[in-house]
Structures are given as structure tokens and as C-alpha cells.
Design a protein around this ligand. Structure first.
Ligand SMILES: Nc1ncnc2c1ncn2[C@@H]1O[C@H](COP(=O)(O)OP(=O)(O)OP(=O)(O)O)[C@@H](O)[C@H]1O
Ligand SMILES: [Mg+2]
Length: 1108
């Protein structure tokens, strides 16, 4: 159920000043203070919101707050700016009424912040979508850009808007934003060239110098140091809580979002830089022959840089600062400028340049945010304009600003009254005239076309002849002297002749918000806002697209001799347009109040607030609002709020709400003159009546609260009791269950014990029986076994006895028979028959043996080891002997079949075996290889014909060997020839004899024990062949070569027996060195080959791959 609340709930003071009782300035301010102290910064006067600047962030602008105020009635919740924004937005969307939000207040009162809060609220509650969000973002981001260029730090406000702003936000029929239009009013351009003490120039200058990159500054020919620029005041360059560098980034980003192109941003920054440069141009006087001083530029460096930035010719600008051309009809008069005029011209140019740049920015933003021209748009205007200003010295600017505020006050009073009146008519309540101060008279004093102050100022400015501020003041004194709100010392009215608070060069106006003293000095100049044509033409000539747009009047083709409209005229005109615009819209007011001058939170200065309350006309506002009826409320919420005060309406009223309220009022006996019944609302004349109702309601609520408390307590106690009762049952049930469970468990376990004992007893009994039975069976078996055993043994003994007897009978019978036969045949046997039988038996056995041997003879192969098995043990010796004889016979037979050559081969093989068997590992592989001798077929091969013919004797062996180089151990192929008397080594390719060693010169041959083919031929010391030293050779047929060498050496004439030395380490003589040849076993590598390496003078190492 939705909870209905009201503004009247939990009020601190009164939320609506209309309800203030008694109404006086003091009570008004006390109420504001009370609320301010409790962080309630918003208070209503009817539908007007008074906003106090809290000077600190309060947690009342959160998204949750937005949701809270969304779609709620204005008086439903405590006062808030969101309530006003919501009301305005809803009546725009639902009732199709254009709205305007008028935010007024003095500088620093929070107008700009309020306008941003309104915009952000509307942005949060209106439609969503990609396109809509883009529009919202652009509208919101226009603020930082305009604030950077149009706001400045003043003594009153660190972010003071120095221009007036009115923004129309356009919505479609659904309430989605489509775009907007911004209008700007009178930028305070004098600030560009001079700032009051403690104030700053516009933010953008400081932001640019602090935030731009070094590169950008270099391009703009700027220096980061503020002190280098005359136009920047230094005493408050750094502002607390203001980060210029970060703000510059925000502005750049905002410009990008709004839609500025990169080159546009660059152009804007160039103009800002140009203004700074312009401020640094200084002049010096130069005397002319006519006695006048003419101005000259002191240092042209800044001028040069500025001209480079703007693309202007330096000479053109230089001239424009020294001369002034006045054109009148066909005449052109050129006059020189003195130093003061030159400075005036410089500052006028800077001011114009900056203010035009600002206006261009507004136009450019408008271009981006403008809505597509479609069907009718609904419009919400937000006006954030400078507030009423009273300074110590007030000049033309304050005059203009205060005029604007006068106009706003006028429209405020008019519209408030009109609204009030309209409501009374709408509700059918009789309208009584209300007395109020109408400031139309002050507006008339200023803007009257004939004798208004602005009209006279214009007249004075346009008048030929000498025009000064004094002549202007004289004119005012004559024309406005009689006006009730105009005061001047020199006016005809004698009232002020002795008023020393009113200096002679000033005039005073009694504004609706108080008296303001204006100094007439500067009015004429500022109204004229004169920029020498030479300067505008120089600017137009600049090669800078933006400059051309800013100074269109400088175009020589469009020379306009007419004076441009004055500043006062322009302002009056734009204020007029604004007022007309506002009058077509439904107004919503936010009146901002500044609580103190120190920009501090929690300080509430009564006098300052009182002053603002006065000039904002707030008391007047309350009075107007209360003139008829102080309070009004629709019937439904009224009945809802007070129905508990009458038994007939409480708790439910079934009829129409109006009747319910009537019953209620009658029951409460409220005097009839205190209220009126409108069509939809009840109007209460006096706040007293409302407070009476509220008080009754409060008491009634207390009684109701007591009743509710009573019932609630009763209900609570009963609920508690019922709960206890229920719990008790549950606990008892649980306990019983638990007790029964325990009992059951005990019985169960006792049963189990008894059962187990019984079962144990039964089982033991059964076991005993079974054991007994088993023992009986065993006993029976044993007994029967013993019995059968005894029987069997008895039977066996009997059978044995019987068998013995039978055997004895047979033996006895055989002996007896033998005796009988021997006795019978003794007479037939000869004495030597036994020997014959023996011989015969032996013969028979031998015959059988030899015949068997014949049939099982082994083969004739000498290597066949088989031999038949011996048949009888006694033939053992014979059998082995026969085997030996057979083998010898078989070998003889085999040998007899040999030819002479084969015999020689076998002899060689035999010799090889004697030399190498079990001594050299290579031997085993050579056994199966036949010794071929002439591997090269030297006699047949034509290639070796020459070599063959060089041999005297028959070649016994010809083979290719590897001759190992004595120096490095590398091998060279050589032909090895062995004849009966010598060993010859010849070149393999050419066949040329390289060395011939007679066999007698050979003392020994050394080989290793391993599987390599290395052999060393050691020569007799001092022999002819031994000059180079021993030969180290290697051959695949080593076994054959050495064997043949051994055989041949043995048979050669006068040679001694050749020594064959088999060892893994032997000495050889190379020339004069004795070198040790050492064989080592190495890992198989390089295709398993033997490698030979001369390690040093004394060692040659042969690495033989291991054969395993
Ligand atoms: N609702 C707020 N919450 C917190 N601080 C605020 C609020 N309103 C204003 N302020 C503070 O007060 C300062 C001045 O406010 P703002 O700039 O809105 O004043 P202004 O009325 O626009 O003044 P001016 O007429 O000089 O432009 C702000 O910079 C901010 O610090
Ligand atoms: Mg502002």
C-alpha cells in the first residue's frame, strides 16, 4: 500500500512560508535559519522554492532522491528543488504547457548550481535511448564550456557567471528531449582587461595556461607563467578547490561531446592566446612636429607573435594602434592616436574580441544542440541570470543587471498574482483585491522610450558635440528629477541637496530591492562600446577564418557608416524579447539566498539574509499568496489527512471527498469564515486554522498510536502465549518421544543380551552333543580300523606262512627234482663242455657287435664327431680303439685327395693359425677367407703392366695397402708387392715403385692384438732401405700378408727368421725418432673405422673400435 505523506509531516519550522504564523520579517528569517540549521535548504512560498546555498555537498541529490520525488505531488514530500522540477516537467509532458524556470538571487546564491540540478533531474526522469541520451549529454556538456569562458572568480563567488543565460530545452510529445537553444545576455567583458582586487579573469585563461600540453602552448606561443600576462590578475590566480588543469581537460572533452571540430577548438584557443598577447602590447609616446604626442608600440615581439597567431599583417595592426580613420559621407579623416587612446583601442579590441568569441561559442553550441525543425515542440526554459547587485561602486554593468532584475520581479509579481487569481476563478471562490507594490514605475524610469534613463543615455551618445558622463548626468537631473524613485544631489528636488551620502557625480535609484548608488563615470563609453574601424578592418583582414566571422563589419566591401546599436539599446531589446518569451510560459520560481558572505557552510548571517529577503520581495510574495486564503488542499488528501478527527469519517468515508470534508469541518466546529469550498480544493483562510487541524490531528494520532500500541501489545502477548503453548506441546511431545525411545532402547538391548545368552547356551549344548557324536564316530572308526588291521595282519601272516610253505615245497621239490635229474644224467656230461659253450657265446656276441657297427658307421667327414654307442661294457676299450683307427683312416683318405696348391694354401693357413691363433683378434675373421695372394691380378691387369715388368721375380702377393704417414698418421693408398726376395711399395695410380725392401733388411713385423689391420715393417738399422725409417702399413688382408711374409722370409736366401711381434704397444723407428705406436680401444665412430693420429714426437695413437 502506498504511504500517503504530506509536506506537513515532520516539518522543521514550516516548510511553506505561507503557513508562517505570525508572519513578520523576523519570523520569516527565524524560520529560514531554523530550517538551514537542520540542513533543510529548501522552503516553499506556495509553489515558489526558496533555496539556501549550503556551501557544502548534501546527500539530497542522489539518484534515490530523484526516484523519491519522481511522479509525486508538489506538496507531498518535504520541499526540494526536485519537486519543482518534477512538477514543471510533468505539466509540460502531460498538460502540454510550456514551462520556464526562473532562478534569481544574488551572486553566489546558487543559481547556476540550481539550474544544473533542474537540468540533471529532468535528464534523469525523461526518456532514454541512444539518440535521446546523446541529446541529453550535449545539453549538459554545454555548461562546462560556457562556464569556462563566461565564469570567473569574484569576491562573492569562485565560479561567478559573468553573463546571463537562458536555455530553452525542447521536448517531443512523449517528453523526450530533442535539443535546445541558448541565449546569452551581456557578458561582463570589462573583466577581460581589468579585474577588481581579489578577483580573476575568465577561467579559460588560467585553464589554458595550466592544463594545455607544452606542445599546445608552444603552438600558441604562450608561456605557462601567469605573471607574464598583463591581463591576468595575480593576487588570486590559484583558487582553493579549483583545479584549472583538470577543468581544462573537462572543457576540451565537453567541446568534443558538444560537437566542436578539432580545428574549431584550435581556432578558439588561438583567439584566447591572442587576447593574452594583446594585453602585453605596450605603447610609448613619440613627439611629432605639430607638438602632439603620437603613440608607438614599445616592444613589437608580442605584437609579432599575436599577428602570427591570427595571420594578420603586423604593419596593418601597428598602424591601427597609431592612427584612426573617421569616415563621414565621402570624406575620410585620419587622426593620430596618443598613448591613452592607443591603450583604449587595445583594450576595446581585447574586450570585443573576447565577447564576440563568447557569442560565437553560444551560436556554435546552438548549432550542435538545436532540435530538428519538426512538429511543435514543448519547451522548458531555464533562466540563470545575474542577480540583483549592490556594490560599493556601481557602474553601467550593475545598472543593466539591476534593470534586468527589476523586469524579472515585475513579471514575477504579475504572474504570481495572475496565477493566484486564475486559481480562485477556477475554483469558483470570490476574488478580493490584493494590495502589493508594483515595480512597473521603476522599470518605466529606466526603459521609457522618451524619458527613460536608457533612452537618455542613447540620446547623449548619439548627440553631436562634446558628450561626457557629466552631460549625461545633467540631463538625468533635469528630466528625472521629479521621479519618485530617482535621487540626485543636483536634481531640482531640494530633498537631496544636503544628502552627503549621495556624491555629485552619482545618481541613486530606489529599486524594488533597495536603493543603489550609481557612479555616472564610464556610462557613455560603455554604452557606446566603441571599436575603431581601423581595428575591426585589421581583424577582418586576418588570415583566420574565425576572426573574419567575428568582425564582419571590418569587411571593406560592406562599410556601414551607421553607428552600431548601443549596449543599452541591445540589452533593453533582448530583455524585452526575453520577457515576452517568459510571459508565454508557465513560470516556476527558484529564489536563491546566500546565507553568508564567507562562502562557508553552517554560517547564517541574519542581516545578509534579511537584505536578500527584502530585495527578492519574498515577504511580498507570501503576502500575495496569503491575501485570500493561506492554505489550500485538494479534497481527497485533506480528508485522508484529517479523517481521524471525526467519528463519521473515521476510519472510512464512503461518499464523495468534498462531503467528507464538509462533515469533518462541521464536526470540528471550525467557523465558516475560516474556510471556503472550491471545486476541487478546500481553501483555509488562516494558518491558525490549519495549525488547529494539525494540532488536533497530532493529538488524535497520539490517541490512535496508544490504541494501536494497546492492541498491538495485546496481540503480541497473546501471540507470545500461543507460541509458548504451542512450544510446550511440541516440547512435551518431543520429550515423551525421547523417554519412550530410551525405554525401548533399554528393553531392546536387554532382550538382545538375554537372547544372546540363550543362544550361546543352546549353541554350546549343541556343540557338546556334536562333539560327543563326533568322538563316538571316531572311536568306532578307530576300533573298526584296529579290528580290520588285526584281521588283515592275521590274514597276511597266514598267507605269508602259506606262501613260505608253498615256496619251501617248490624249492624242496626243485632240489629233489634236480638231484633226481643230475643223478639220472650225470653219466651223459663231458668234463670240458662248459668251455666250449663259453667260446661259442663269445663268438656270437662279437659277431653281433661287428655287424651292428657296420650298419651304424659315421660319415667320412673328418670333422664328424659321431660314433655308435657301445653295446656291452666289456667291449669298452675295443670300441674306443676302433673309433680312433677309423678317424685316422678317414683323415688319410681326405688328405690323399689334396692338389699341390691346395696343400700349400692349407700349409699357409696352418702357419697363420700357428702365428695368430688366440693372439690377435683379427685372426678369427680371416679363417674363412681364402688366401688369394694376387688380389690385383697384376700380371693380367694392363694397368700394372709396367710395374709387373719391373719385377724380376714372381709376385707372391699383390694388394693395396694404406701407408701411414710418419708425420701425421694419415694413410695413403699404396700397392704392396711381395716377391721371393723383397717387399715393394708402389704408387697406386701410376704404378711407380716408391720403395723396395729386400727381405734380408726386414728384421721384424709388429702387429697389435686387436682387430685392426696395422702392421709395422721394421728394418735393419743401417740398411739402405731404413733411411726414412720403418714402414707402418695397414691392410685388410693383414693375416695373409704377415703369414706370406713369414713363410717367404723363412725361405729367402740369407735372411734370418722373421720375428712376429704381437703387442698393443711397440716402437718403430721413424728417421731418427723412436716412436711408440699405441693401440687403444675407442668407441666405434666414423663408420667403425680405425683412426690413427700422431700425438707427439714419441707417440702415435691408433684407436681401434671395440669389437663388442
Ligand atoms: N545546492 C548546492 N549544494 C552545494 N553547494 C552549492 C549549492 N549551490 C551553490 N553551491 C555553492 O555555491 C557556489 C556558488 O553557486 P553558483 O555559482 O550557483 O552561484 P550563482 O548564484 O550562480 O552566482 P553568480 O550570480 O555569481 O553566477 C557554488 O560554486 C557551490 O560551491
Ligand atoms: Mg552563476
Amino acid at each position: 500500500m502506498e504511504v500517503k505523506t504530506s509536506l506537513l509531516d515532520n516539518m522543521i519550522g514550516v516548510g511553506d512560508m505561507v503557513l508562517l504564523e505570525p508572519l513578520s520579517e523576523d519570523s520569516f528569517i527565524a524560520n529560514l535559519r531554523n530550517r538551514f540549521d537542520h540542513n533543510e535548504i529548501y522552503t516553499y512560498i506556495g509553489s515558489v522554492v526558496i533555496s539556501m546555498n549550503p556551501y557544502r555537498s548534501l546527500p539530497i541529490f542522489t539518484p534515490e532522491k530523484v526516484e523519491e520525488y519522481r511522479n509525486r505531488n508538489f506538496y507531498e514530500l518535504s520541499p526540494h528543488i526536485y519537486a519543482l522540477a518534477d512538477e514543471a516537467y510533468r505539466s509540460l509532458r502531460d498538460q502540454d504547457k510550456d514551462q520556464c524556470i526562473l532562478i534569481t538571487g544574488e551572486s553566489g546564491a546558487g543559481k547556476t548550481e540550481a539550474s544544473k540540478l533542474v537540468m540533471s533531474y529532468v535528464a534523469a526522469v525523461c526518456g532514454k535511448g541512444q539518440e535521446v541520451n546523446k541529446v541529453k549529454e550535449q545539453l549538459l556538456q554545454s555548461n562546462p564550456v560556457l562556464e569556462a569562458f563566461g565564469n570567473a572568480k569574484t569576491v562573492r563567488n569562485d565560479n561567478s557567471s559573468r553573463f546571463g543565460k537562458y536555455m530553452d530545452i525542447e521536448f517531443d510529445f512523449k517528453g523526450d528531449p530533442l535539443g535546445g537553444v541558448i541565449s546569452n545576455y551581456l557578458l561582463e567583458k570589462s573583466r577581460v582587461v581589468k579585474q577588481p582586487r581579489g578577483e580573476r579573469n575568465f577561467h579559460i585563461f588560467y585553464q589554458l595556461l595550466s592544463g594545455a600540453s607544452d606542445d599546445t602552448l608552444k603552438k600558441l606561443k604562450l608561456d605557462r607563467d601567469f605573471s607574464k600576462y598583463n591581463y591576468l590578475s595575480l593576487d588570486s590566480a590559484a583558487v582553493n578547490g579549483l583545479d584549472d588543469a583538470a577543468n581544462f581537460r573537462t572543457v576540451r572533452n565537453a567541446m568534443q561531446i558538444v560537437g566542436f571540430m578539432e580545428d574549431e577548438v584550435q581556432s578558439v584557443l588561438e583567439l584566447v592566446a591572442a587576447v593574452l598577447k594583446l594585453g602585453n602590447i605596450e605603447f610609448k609616446p613619440e613627439s611629432r612636429c605639430n607638438g602632439n604626442d603620437e603613440s608607438r608600440i614599445r616592444d613589437k615581439n608580442d605584437l609579432k607573435e599575436m599577428c602570427e597567431l591570427l595571420g594578420t599583417e603586423q604593419t596593418v595592426l601597428e598602424r591601427a594602434f597609431s592612427y584612426r580613420t573617421v569616415e563621414a559621407k565621402q570624406e575620410k579623416v585620419c587622426t593620430t592616436l596618443n598613448v591613452a587612446q592607443a591603450y583604449y583601442a587595445r583594450d576595446a579590441l581585447a574586450k570585443n574580441l573576447y565577447s564576440r568569441l563568447f557569442s560565437w561559442l553560444v551560436t556554435r553550441i546552438n548549432e550542435s544542440i538545436k532540435a530538428a525543425p519538426k512538429s511543435r515542440h514543448k519547451v522548458m526554459g531555464v533562466l540563470d541570470i545575474y542577480g540583483f547587485e549592490i556594490f560599493e561602486e556601481n557602474s553601467f554593468e550593475q545598472f543593466i543587471i539591476n534593470y534586468c532584475n527589476e523586469k524579472l520581479q515585475q513579471i514575477f509579481i504579475e504572474l504570481t498574482l495572475r496565477e493566484e487569481q486564475e486559481e480562485y476563478v477556477r475554483e469558483g471562490i470570490e476574488w478580493t483585491n490584493i494590495e502589493y507594490f508594483n515595480n512597473a514605475i521603476i522599470c518605466d524610469l529606466i526603459e521609457n522610450h522618451q524619458n527613460g534613463i536608457l533612452a537618455m543615455l542613447d540620446e547623449e551618445c548619439l548627440r553631436p558635440g562634446t558628450v561626457t558622463d557629466e552631460t549625461f548626468l545633467d540631463k538625468l537631473n533635469t528630466i528625472c528629477a521629479e521621479h519618485l524613485h530617482f535621487e540626485s544631489r543636483l536634481s531640482k528636488s531640494s530633498k537631496f541637496l544636503t544628502d552627503h551620502s549621495l556624491p555629485h557625480n552619482c545618481f541613486r535609484i530606489q529599486h524594488y530591492a533597495g536603493k543603489v548608488l550609481y557612479r555616472a563615470e564610464g556610462f557613455v563609453d560603455k554604452n557606446n562600446d566603441l571599436l575603431y574601424r581601423d581595428l575591426s578592418q585589421a581583424m577582418y583582414k586576418a588570415n583566420h577564418s574565425l576572426m573574419k566571422q567575428l568582425f564582419p563589419e571590418g569587411n571593406p566591401a560592406k562599410v556601414n557608416l551607421k553607428r552600431p546599436p548601443t549596449a543599452g539599446f541591445q540589452f533593453r531589446h533582448s530583455v524585452g524579447t526575453l520577457m515576452r518569451n517568459l510571459q508565454t510560459k508557465n513560470p516556476n520560481y527558484i529564489r536563491c539566498i546566500k546565507p553568508n558572505d564567507k562562502k562557508a557552510s553552517h554560517i547564517f548571517t541574519d542581516s545578509l539574509v534579511c537584505h536578500q529577503v527584502r530585495y527578492l520581495g519574498l515577504m511580498e510574495n507570501v503576502r500575495v499568496r496569503r491575501a485570500g486564503y493561506a492554505f489550500r488542499q485538494a479534497y481527497e488528501p485533506c480528508l485522508e489527512r484529517y479523517k481521524m478527527l471525526c467519528k463519521r469519517t473515521w476510519p472510512h468515508w464512503r461518499g464523495p471527498a468534498r462531503e467528507g470534508v464538509e462533515v469533518l469541518m462541521a464536526d470540528l466546529t471550525v467557523p465558516a469564515e475560516e474556510f471556503s469550498y472550491g471545486r476541487s480544493k478546500v481553501f483555509i483562510r488562516n494558518p491558525r486554522t490549519l495549525f488547529f487541524l494539525e494540532e488536533r490531528r497530532r493529538q488524535c494520532l497520539q490517541d490512535l498510536a496508544t490504541l494501536i500500541q494497546k492492541i498491538y501489545r495485546g496481540w503480541k502477548c497473546r501471540s507470545h502465549f500461543l507460541l509458548l503453548k504451542k512450544s510446550q506441546i511440541v516440547v512435551a511431545a518431543w520429550y515423551r518421544r525421547y523417554a519412550q525411545q530410551n525405554k525401548y532402547k533399554r528393553i531392546k538391548s536387554a532382550t538382545t543380551v538375554v537372547q544372546s545368552y540363550t543362544r550361546g547356551w543352546q549353541a554350546r549344548k549343541l556343540l557338546r552333543e556334536l562333539k560327543y557324536q563326533k568322538r563316538c564316530e571316531e572311536a568306532v572308526t578307530t576300533i573298526s580300523a584296529y579290528w580290520h588291521g588285526t584281521q588283515a595282519r592275521r590274514e597276511l601272516r597266514r598267507l605269508k606262512e602259506e606262501a613260505r610253505r608253498k615256496h619251501a615245497v617248490a624249492v624242496i621239490w626243485a632240489y629233489w627234482k634236480g638231484l633226481k635229474v643230475r643223478r639220472e644224467y650225470r653219466k651223459f656230461f663231458r668234463a670240458n663242455a662248459g668251455k666250449k659253450i663259453y667260446n661259442f657265446t663269445i663268438q656270437r656276441i662279437m659277431q653281433k657287435y661287428f655287424l651292428g657297427l657296420k650298419s651304424t658307421m659315421p660319415s667320412m667327414s673328418p670333422i664328424d664327431k659321431s660314433w655308435p654307442v657301445k653295446p656291452y661294457l666289456f667291449l669298452d676299450g675295443v670300441h674306443s680303439e676302433l673309433r680312433r683307427i677309423f678317424h685316422l683312416w678317414r683323415c688319410t683318405k681326405y688328405r690323399s685327395e689334396f692338389t699341390e696348391e691346395k696343400k700349400a694354401v692349407f700349409e699357409e693357413k696352418l702357419e697363420a693359425s700357428e702365428i695368430f691363433k688366440d693372439k690377435k683378434a683379427l685372426y678369427a675373421s680371416s679363417v674363412s677367407q681364402p688366401f688369394m695372394g694376387d688380389y690385383l691380378e697384376i700380371s693380367k691387369n694392363p694397368k700394372y703392366q709396367k710395374l709387373n715388368s719391373a719385377m724380376d721375380e714372381k709376385v707372391l702377393l699383390a694388394d693395396v695397402v694404406n701407408k701411414i704417414n710418419r708425420a701425421n698418421g694419415k694413410g695413403t693408398a699404396r700397392i704392396f708387392l711381395l716377391t721371393k726376395n723383397s717387399v715393394v711399395l708402389a704408387d697406386q695410380k701410376t704404378g711407380q715403385v716408391k720403395a723396395s725392401v729386400p727381405l734380408p733388411d726386414l728384421t721384424s713385423v709388429s702387429v697389435s692384438t686387436q682387430s685392426d689391420g696395422f702392421f709395422a715393417l721394421k728394418l735393419k738399422e743401417g740398411s739402405a732401405s731404413a733411411i726414412k725409417g720403418d714402414f707402418l702399413l695397414s691392410s685388410e688382408h693383414l693375416i695373409e700378408i704377415i703369414t706370406k711374409l713369414h713363410r717367404t722370409g723363412a725361405t729367402a736366401a740369407d735372411s734370418e727368421q722373421l720375428n712376429i711381434d704381437i703387442s698393443d704397444e711397440f716402437l718403430v723407428q721413424f728417421k731418427h725418432d723412436k716412436v711408440c705406436v699405441k693401440f687403444i680401444q675407442g668407441a666405434p665412430k666414423n663408420g667403425n673405422s680405425v683412426s690413427c693420429k700422431r700425438k707427439n714426437n714419441r707417440l702415435l695413437e691408433v684407436s681401434v673400435p671395440s669389437t663388442v
